[in-house]
Ligand binder design. Structure first.
Ligand code: C2E
Ligand code: MG
Ligand code: MG
Ligand code: MG
Length: 292
């Protein structure tokens, strides 16, 4: 009887795996179609200067309008795309779209608006990645100084020498390198020594309870102090409350990003958001957003 039960358990387990495998195959095929049928869209989330409340840039975040499942978050398909290699094509598309949109913003007079693009470790392990960025900048006409590439610490876990060499070349082009989700990786501090980094993004895991949790506050202050000594820019991710923003402003965190200001949104909405902000920040405006 026990044996029978054991077998049933095993069968359930096996059929669960099958369902999961089928689902992955299906999703992979869907994603191939998505790339061909323009079901993907780049959303943007602004980064706000803590001192002035002005929008200094935005992060490109991919979304998938799946014909059956609806709007899908990248956490539901980026890992799969990394496994199947589809991230290469997808990443190329996001980079090009983001650079194009950045040039559109320039054309509308937002002269110093920076664009951040997430880059997968899988993309960075490609020998042609530096050429891809160079070519995309040339094609779109975006100044390299306005582009930041966001990478996670694990990006240099494998093929470290080649990846670091590619990052150096990108820096030489003028492109900025931001460490995303900073503090959640394995050895943040030693990586900082070998990575040609210009910006750190403090992971939202530290910001969430920064007001109530002493360790989170200490870690955040420590990261900020270290970043200042290394002359790196800092962005706090996941800023959701005025208390978060006030704490970060007090501790000289230059840039803030989070639902308090705006959720990621389509490019068109971002344009409207920028217009509203420009009015709010105009010298004759009555709404002074830089109080603190
Ligand atoms: P990430 O790069 O760390 O992006 C920040 C994530 O936090 C975004 O989720 C954003 O919507 C979310 N977020 C922003 N502010 C807040 C807040 O105040 N509270 C909370 N709870 N969340 C906030 P999203 O858009 O779902 O993206 C998830 C992850 O997917 C990204 O994390 C990034 O690792 C990856 N990703 C997104 N777009 C791309 C892409 O084009 N290429 C690659 N390789 N990865 C991407
Ligand atoms: Mg990011
Ligand atoms: Mg992040
Ligand atoms: Mg993340």
């Amino acid at each position: 009887r026990a044996k029978q039960q054991g077998r049933n358990t095993y069968q359930w387990f096996a059929s669960d795996l099958n369902v999961e495998a089928n689902e992955r195959v299906e999703l992979r095929n869907d994603l191939q179609r998505a790339l061909e049928q323009e079901q993907l869209e780049v959303f943007y989330q602004p980064m706000v200067e803590s001192r002035t409340g002005k929008i200094r840039g935005s992060e490109a975040l991919i979304r998938w309008h799946h014909p059956v499942r609806g709007l899908m978050s990248p956490i539901q398909f980026i890992p799969l795309a990394e496994d199947t290699g589809q991230i290469i094509e997808l990443g190329r598309w996001v980079l090009q779209q983001a650079c194009r949109d950045a040039v559109r913003l320039l054309g509308l007079g937002y002269r110093d608006h920076r664009i951040s693009v997430n880059v997968s470790p899988v993309q960075l392990r490609q020998a042609g990645f530096v050429d891809l960025v160079t070519e995309t900048l040339r094609q779109t006409g975006l100044a390299p100084e306005l582009l930041d590439l966001e990478i996670v610490e694990s990006a240099i876990l494998y093929d470290t020498e080649q990846v670091v060499d590619r990052l150096r070349k990108l820096r030489e082009l003028g492109v900025g390198i931001a460490i995303d989700d900073f503090g959640t990786g394995f050895s943040s501090l030693s990586y900082l020594k070998i990575m040609p980094v210009t910006k750190i993004k403090i992971d939202r895991a530290f910001i969430k309870d920064v007001i109530s949790n002493r360790s989170d506050a200490a870690i955040t202050q420590g990261i900020l102090s270290m970043a200042h000594h290394l002359s790196l820019d800092v962005v706090a991710e996941g800023v959701e409350t005025n208390a978060h923003a006030a704490f970060l402003r007090k501790n000289n965190c230059q840039l803030l990003q989070g639902y308090l200001f705006a959720r990621p949104m389509p490019f068109q909405n971002m344009l409207e958001f920028l217009t509203t902000q420009a009015v709010a920040n105009a010298p004759h405006g009555t709404d002074d957003s830089s109080d603190g």
